[in-house]
Each structure stands twice: as structure tokens, then as C-alpha cells.
Design a protein around this ligand. Structure first.
Ligand code: F6R
Length: 264
């Protein structure tokens, strides 16, 4: 796992966009795994800027989103469908048929839907680059604590902590969804490459457990330690609980020196 320390949330977004843009240019038919939430917003903004400047083409790319709230139709302003279209897809040139997001409007056949999502990822050739955020409880996707590290796409009940964290995206007094359809930890670990972003003090404890703690189903993101190609991009605030912060800085300098094409 490479830990990339950045001075600000804005720089985290820029670095993530640089990695995603580089991957899309290297492989225009790339399969991207995408996340919602506030953390990747800066990355999406940067990617839109690059696209508008004629420097990035998504016409051959395919995407699979990590998750969607159960009970929210795609046109619901709080749905992840809506989030992705308003913050990203409507500003770039993905072919609509290449965009995949779990369907939160389904009322039955949940397992069949989850299995077909897994199959669609497989048929697309698997995810080349997965972008992740991290919850305060260490979740990735909506794999809440004690999710199986081998889990696949399925329905997951959200913890009270996650429901409260998500309240900020909903109008006052609105019912917050208690369930989501999410890729599993096993699905995420199948991606060839993973970039995970974290910003702000509220994420510091989860970041430290994910990077330095034991691999445990009580912190889903710790499973990323098992993956051979993970870049964890964090700002100063999110890094403060890392015991080995200075060590990660030194490794980063060395990495830049010896693989400048990967991290400029
Ligand atoms: C979003 C997702 C979640 C978020 C996490 C952090 O698709 O899967 O795991 O990445 O809850 O959310 P923010 O970035 O809003 O703090």
C-alpha cells in the first residue's frame, strides 16, 4: 500500500484526478469503479475540467458505481444515480450504456439483481481502477463493520453512525435510507488497482486503523492491506492519527525518485 500525504483536501482531489486521468489515457476502454460522497467531489470536478479542455475522453470507458441506497429511484435527488449524473456523467462523454449503478428502486429479486451486477462487472473484463472513500467506521462501499472480507454485491443494512453521517445530504426531517445495495469487499479487492481517498479529522481514526491496524472485518478498509496495488491519498487532517506518518513521507519521496512516472 502506498500512502500519499497531501496538504489539503483540494490536493487530494487533484492527485486522484491525475491518477484516474492517466489510467484513462493509457487505456481508453478502461473499466472504472466509482464512489459517491463528499470526498471524491474535487476529483470529479478536476476530471470534468480536463474533459472540457479536450484532454480527457471517456467515450470508450465503462463505469460501475460501488453502491446505491435501497428505496431511492434514480431520479431521486438523494440517490447516488442523481449524484453521479449531476456531479460527473452529465458533464463528460461516457456512453450511457457503459454506466452501471445498482438499482435502488427494485422491490424484489434482490439477489438476482446483485448477481447480475457482479456478472456485468465480470463480462466487462473486471474493474481496472477502483476509486473509494472511507466511512468514519472504516467502511468502504457500504460494507459496514463485520462485513465478510470475501463478500460480493448484496443488500447491506446501514449502521446508525452511517445513517447519521449521511443525514447532511438529505432535507431536514427526511427519512434516511437504512439499507443499500453495495459491492462486497471481495468485489472491491478484485479490482486491479485501487485508489482510496480520505480528508478531514473525522476520518483520521479510520485511516490509521485501515493502514496500520490489523486486518479485521471490524474495519472493512483494513482488507485493502491484502491488495497488491493500493494508493491511499489523504490530507494532513486525515493523517494525524498515523503512528508512522514520517515513515510514509520518506517512502513517498523515495517512490517519487524511483518511479516518477507513477507519482510526479
Ligand atoms: C460512497 C461510498 C461510501 C463513502 C463513505 C465516505 O459511494 O461507498 O463508502 O465513500 O461513506 O463518504 P464521504 O466521502 O461523504 O465522507
Amino acid at each position: 500500500m502506498l500512502v500519499v500525504l497531501k496538504g489539503s483536501a483540494q490536493e487530494v482531489g487533484q492527485e486522484a484526478a491525475r491518477i484516474v486521468a492517466g489510467a484513462v489515457r493509457a487505456n481508453p476502454s478502461i473499466v472504472l469503479g466509482l464512489a459517491t460522497g463528499s470526498t471524491p467531489l474535487g476529483m470529479y470536478e478536476e476530471l470534468v475540467v480536463l474533459h472540457r479542455a479536450g484532454k480527457l475522453d471517456f467515450s470508450k470507458a465503462t463505469s460501475f458505481n460501488l453502491d446505491e441506497y435501497l428505496g431511492l429511484a434514480p431520479n431521486d435527488p438523494q440517490s447516488f444515480h442523481y449524484f453521479m449524473h449531476s456531479n460527473f456523467f452529465s458533464h463528460v462523454n461516457f456512453a450511457p450504456k457503459n454506466i452501471h449503478i445498482p438499482d435502488g428502486a427494485i422491490r424484489k429479486d434482490f439477489s438476482a439483481h446483485c448477481e447480475s451486477y457482479e456478472l456485468a462487472i465480470k463480462n466487462a473484463g473486471g474493474i481496472d481502477l477502483q476509486v473509494l472513500g472511507i466511512g468514519r467506521n472504516g467502511h468502504i462501499g457500504f460494507n459496514e463493520p463485520n462485513s465478510s472480507l470475501a463478500s460480493r454485491t448484496r443488500l447491506k443494512e446501514l449502521t446508525q453512525e452511517t445513517i447519521e453521517d449521511n443525514r447532511r445530504f438529505f432535507p431536514p426531517g427526511a427519512d434516511i435510507p437504512e439499507c443499500a445495495i453495495t459491492m462486497g469487499i471481495g468485489t472491491i479487492l478484485d479490482a486491479r488497482r485501487i485508489v482510496i481517498l480520505a480528508t478531514g479529522k473525522s476520518k483520521a481514526a479510520a485511516v490509521a486503523k485501515a493502514i496500520e491496524g490489523p486486518i479485521s472485518s471490524s474495519v472493512s478498509a483494513s482488507a485493502l492491506q491484502l491488495h497488491p496495488d493500493v494508493i491511499f491519498i489523504i490530507d494532513d487532517d486525515a493523517s494525524y492519527a498515523l503512528a508512522q506518518r514520517d515513515y510514509y513521507r520518506r517512502v513517498l519521496e523515495l517512490t517519487k525518485k524511483y518511479t516518477p512516472e507513477k507519482l510526479s
